[in-house]
Design a protein around this ligand. Structure first.
Ligand SMILES: [Zn+2]
Length: 284
């Protein structure tokens, strides 16, 4: 074998080892007392339990991996897979608080199927209070992960990060999805939903949030929402007020809106759906 052929094969093996389609994979190490995983397949987790993991992202400039907190509530009863994502934009805090408020309401007894909650996806953005993924080494450059989730690119660290998360954490663990955001920096924003009404299930999901405004929208290529929609998995983008702050009332309403969706999708029992008929006046 020539050197160049060897290098080619080695590179291919390395790229393949990053992306896994198998069962849940554990590194064998713990971070803050919780198991570290490099791949999640909720179907192989035992029913009737709550799992708290750290998903291992790419490495920072010190060679230390970014760790993303993930909770999986797997009900005793079988059912569909619902996924709630938060923090793809690192300066959006209401979504992360909402993700933990939702978690507090869920138990293996009241959940049917599986609810996966990602509590802050963009670790470097969260650390630096930036919307985008912040590159290491003092760079001012950031990258909007919510425009490249399904790009399958693996050249730069932001691309490796989003591709790894999409392939090994998000894409295969959901039948329905809510991706939590806020308005852009400096904007006072209401409770707002982007939803692609061409799919009636997505329209229903939007209505169940109780948002002030729903925008019928065909989505943004590379966003978490649209990456799912393009693979026929109903998803909405739920915008929770203003960035870089935490708003108690908005978080409370958003939590109810997410729980409403879990009830409607038959992932949460013993609760009553709240009706939000008035929201139909505000579809734009
Ligand atoms: Zn956002």
């Amino acid at each position: 074998m020539t050197v160049s052929k060897f290098l080619l094969i080695s590179s291919a093996s390395l790229a393949l080892s990053m992306v896994s389609f198998g069962k849940t994979e554990y590194t064998g190490d713990k971070f803050l007392g919780k198991n570290i995983i490099t791949n999640l397949d909720v179907s192989d987790l035992e029913a009737g339990n709550i799992y708290e993991f750290y998903f291992q992202g790419v490495e920072n400039s010190l060679g230390n991996p970014w760790y993303i907190p993930v909770t999986i509530i797997k009900g005793k009863e079988s059912g569909d897979k619902f996924l709630i994502n938060s923090g793809v934009h690192g300066n959006e805090l209401n979504p992360i608080l909402t993700s933990y408020k939702v978690k507090e309401k869920l138990t293996p007894e009241n959940v049917k199927g599986t609810v996966t909650i990602v509590h802050g996806m963009n670790t470097s953005g969260l650390l630096n209070n930036t919307r985008g993924f912040k590159f290491s080494g003092g760079s001012e450059t950031t990258s909007d992960l919510n425009r490249q989730m399904d790009s399958e690119k693996n050249t730069n660290s932001d691309q490796k990060y989003s591709t790894l998360i999409w392939k090994n954490l998000l894409s295969k663990n959901a039948d329905r999805v809510i991706d939590l955001h806020t308005g852009g920096k400096g904007n006072q924003f209401p409770l707002f939903v982007y939803a692609d009404f061409r799919n009636p299930i997505i329209k229903q999901m939007a209505m169940l949030t109780g948002a002030d405004i729903i925008k019928d929208d065909e989505g943004e290529k590379g966003s978490v929402e649209t990456s799912y929609v393009l693979t026929n998995i109903p998803a909405i983008t739920f915008e929770l007020g203003t960035s870089e702050t935490q708003q108690k009332d908005i978080v409370a309403r958003a939590t109810t809106g997410v729980l409403n969706n879990l009830i409607y999708s038959n992932n949460l029992s013993n609760e009553k759906i709240k009706e939000y008929e008035s929201v139909t006046r505000n579809i734009v």
